[in-house]
Every structure is written in structure tokens, then in C-alpha cells.
Design a protein around this ligand. Structure first.
Ligand SMILES: [Zn+2]
Length: 426
């Protein structure tokens, strides 16, 4: 009897713990930290983790699967730190309102399944999704469904509802009959206690990050500088920041001009989203405190014309001043992470467009790639797991044709995608 049990135990051990080994033969690997291109490497993946990277001529390990990418350049999966999987593009406020008013949350979640898949097909194996914009906690459900392999999608860090103060976010009562109780694109608070309650409720329901909308009412002054209206009182924003950080979470702040940016930095924000109207003091503070900037360049371009036609030219002004701001931020040493705001523009539009702008505005190809790899991983607190191909990291791997250090457009045409050890695109 003992012998049978022993054999059974051994069998279970062999079956139960048999790990799947995948060997990926790479034409060349880009080291995202150093910019070095290493030719003829083999990545050995054990289940979902990179076990080892070896030179092709010294590769002699047994593998269950061998994948041949010897005609490709191989990189870690890209990271987009600002997405909205539950939005499908909103150039005008009407586009936004229609989604919130006419589409049920289940319907929006169904559409978001496509957005999640699209992100993965674009080579973005991790996203930080910054607010469901009226779709409740559906981002938590999407993340769960992805993690349970029910739908394909990237690793998600979610921020659920986002927080703003009462009366400062769509849907706007002034656009409708005032007696209607309109749905809101986020959670509204008034006062420090409600701010703390909102943070606690969102974390309880699954928020990995807290997102705030720190300012509104952007305007350009005669001297070309920008100002805005701060949404929070100093007490409210301090309460959001304190409650977020005390809970071990991080704060992402939509902030466009100094009125929102400096308040957010003081509240402990880890990233400034958009920041189109930042001044030198904002840049100095961000560099000093290592607050990341997600510049979301293409989305501004995408909405500028449509919004100008409706009488709001501010985004066209931002387009004009963005190249100089970007150069200043680089010079000041502001850490920059890749964030597109896709969803704010159509998911069928390119997600890799910001790379091109970044290079146009003064970054090297490697610096631009680092915004979506090592920098983004640092912002998300996942430097040991994503953003670099190295031992112990998740097997989040993409392949492209050509050399991204010479031609950044290659990142807009990702040919092969593995996430967490599973191939999703080939
Ligand atoms: Zn956004």
C-alpha cells in the first residue's frame, strides 16, 4: 500500500508540477535599459516567466515548444500608462455624452473587450487604465476576465471611477434640463471626508490606482502661458493624496496647467496626465520629486480640430506649444512615461503614434522606447517584472521587423505578441 501511495505521489508530482518550457529564437534582442541590440539570442520561458536568455550557439536545453523569431527584433511588451478601454473616442462633448447616456454599462463592457484585444494586438502587454468614464467598476471585471483567460487582453492596472469635485465634470446639468438627475463620468466629492470616502470605496472595489481630475477651464494668457481652474480645495486634494498613499496605492492626476499640476504634486501624485500647459516651475518640481509626465500627445492632435470647430481652440494652442514644452521637460530631467489616452481617441487609431511625436520633439529612438518600457515599469512599480527582457520577468514579449532604433514606425507594426507566456499574435 505504501509503495502504491509513493508511486501515486511521484506521478502526481510529475504531472502536477511539469513546467512548460518554451524556447524563443530571436534574430536580435533590444536591451531596453542600455539600447544594446544583441544578435542571435534564445529566450527560455518557463510557464509565464523568463528563465534565462542565452546566446543561440550555447543553447542546448530541451524545450516543449520552439518559436522561431530569427528574422525579427524582439523587445519586452510595451506599456501604455494612460488608456480608457471603456471609451471609444470622444472628440466632442456630445460624443462623450452619447456613450454615457445611450450605451448601457454592459454594452460598453462588451465594446471594451475589443479595446482590450486591440491593445494586446498593438503590442501593449500592460496598460494602466485611467477611469471608466461612467462605466462604474467594469474595468475591475475586464481585468478579472483577462486574468482568468476568459478574454484576451493586456495586464491591467485599473483606477475605476476617477474622482472630481461636485459640478466639475460631464454630464453637465447646464447641457440638459436641470431637473434631470444625470449620470456622471466619475465620482463627485465635496469636502475632505467625502474625498477619503471615495478613495476608500474605490480601493475596496478593486482600484489599483486612484485617478483625479485636478483642473478644468484651461486658458491661454497674452504672454502665451496657460492657466486653469483648480477643481479641489487644498484640503480635498490633500485628503485624496493622503488616503491613497496611506493605502499603499498611487495617485494619477489629470492636470493641464500649473493650477492643477502643482496642487497634484503637493498632494503626492506619482504622475501628471496631459500637462499641456505646464510652466517651468511645474517641470522643476516634477524633476526634483521624480513625478512622471504622461504627455498624451496624439490625442490632443486628434481632438484639436473638431473642438476648434465647436469654438474651443485651446487644443490647437497646445499643439503649437507642445514641441517647446517637451524639449524643456527633457532638458529639465522630467521623467516621462508613455501614455496615449487611447479610448479618448478611437481604438482603431494607432497606439504607437506618440513615439513618433516624441522623436520629432527631441528624444532619441531609445529614449522614446524607454518611456513605454523601463520608465513605465518604474512608474507602475513593476520594474522587476515588465519593461525589460531579463531573468525572472514576466514573459511579455513582442517581435517586430526591422530596427526600432533606426525606424520608430516599426513599433506601429508589431508582428508577434506573447503575454504571460501565451502567444496571442503570430
Ligand atoms: Zn484620459
Amino acid at each position: 500500500m505504501k509503495k502504491i501511495l509513493l508511486i501515486a505521489a511521484l506521478l502526481i508530482q510529475q504531472i502536477g508540477f511539469a513546467q512548460k518550457i518554451t524556447a524563443i529564437k530571436c534574430g536580435q534582442i533590444l536591451d531596453t535599459k542600455t539600447g544594446q541590440l544583441k544578435p542571435n539570442q534564445v529566450i527560455i520561458v518557463k510557464d509565464n516567466i523568463i528563465q534565462q536568455i542565452v546566446a543561440a550557439n550555447s543553447f542546448n536545453q530541451k524545450a516543449d515548444t520552439i518559436i522561431d523569431l530569427s528574422n525579427y527584433t524582439v523587445l519586452p511588451g510595451l506599456i501604455d500608462c494612460h488608456t480608457h478601454v471603456l471609451l471609444q473616442g470622444d472628440i466632442t462633448s456630445e460624443d462623450y455624452d452619447v456613450q454615457v447616456l445611450k450605451e448601457s454599462i454592459p454594452y460598453r463592457a462588451i465594446r471594451a473587450i475589443n479595446s482590450c484585444k486591440q491593445a494586446l494586438m498593438n503590442g501593449f502587454t500592460t496598460i494602466r487604465d485611467l477611469g471608466t468614464e461612467g462605466a462604474g467598476y467594469a474595468d475591475v471585471d475586464l481585468k478579472k476576465a483577462i486574468n482568468k483567460n476568459i478574454i484576451p487582453g493586456p495586464r491591467m492596472l485599473v483606477s475605476t471611477l476617477a474622482i472630481n469635485t461636485t459640478g466639475h465634470y460631464p454630464l453637465k446639468a447646464s447641457d440638459y434640463a436641470w431637473e434631470l438627475n444625470l449620470p456622471k463620468g466619475l465620482q463627485e466629492i465635496t469636502g475632505a471626508d467625502e474625498a477619503r470616502r471615495a478613495v476608500r470605496q474605490q480601493i475596496e472595489r478593486g482600484a489599483d490606482w486612484i485617478k483625479i481630475y485636478a483642473d478644468r477651464g484651461y486658458r491661454r494668457l497674452a504672454d502665451g502661458s496657460y492657466r486653469s481652474l483648480p477643481n479641489f480645495t487644498p484640503e480635498e486634494i490633500a485628503a485624496v493624496g493622503d488616503e491613497t498613499i496611506r493605502s499603499g496605492k498611487k495617485l494619477a492626476a489629470h492636470a493641464v496647467a500649473r493650477d492643477g499640476v502643482i496642487a497634484s504634486i503637493n498632494a503626492g501624485a506619482s504622475s501628471i496626465e496631459h500637462g499641456f500647459g505646464m510652466d517651468d516651475e511645474c517641470l522643476k518640481l516634477m524633476a526634483e520629486k521624480k513625478v512622471y509626465w504622461c504627455p498624451t500627445i496624439y490625442v490632443n492632435d486628434y481632438v484639436a480640430e473638431g473642438r476648434a470647430k465647436l469654438g474651443s481652440p485651446i487644443h490647437q494652442y497646445f499643439t503649437q506649444s507642445e514641441p517647446e514644452l517637451f524639449k524643456k521637460a527633457l532638458k529639465a530631467g522630467v521623467p516621462i512615461a508613455y501614455g496615449t489616452d487611447i479610448g479618448g481617441y478611437d481604438w482603431n487609431e494607432p497606439q504607437a503614434k506618440d513615439f513618433e511625436f516624441m522623436i520629432q520633439y527631441g528624444m532619441s529612438n531609445l529614449q522614446a522606447i524607454q518611456t513605454a518600457t523601463v520608465n513605465a515599469a518604474d512608474l507602475l512599480g513593476l520594474s522587476d517584472k515588465i519593461g525589460e527582457l531579463k531573468q525572472g520577468a514576466f514573459a511579455d514579449i513582442i517581435a517586430i521587423k526591422g530596427d526600432p532604433l533606426n525606424n520608430i514606425k516599426t513599433l506601429g507594426n508589431v508582428q508577434w505578441v506573447m503575454k504571460n507566456g501565451t502567444v496571442y499574435k503570430k
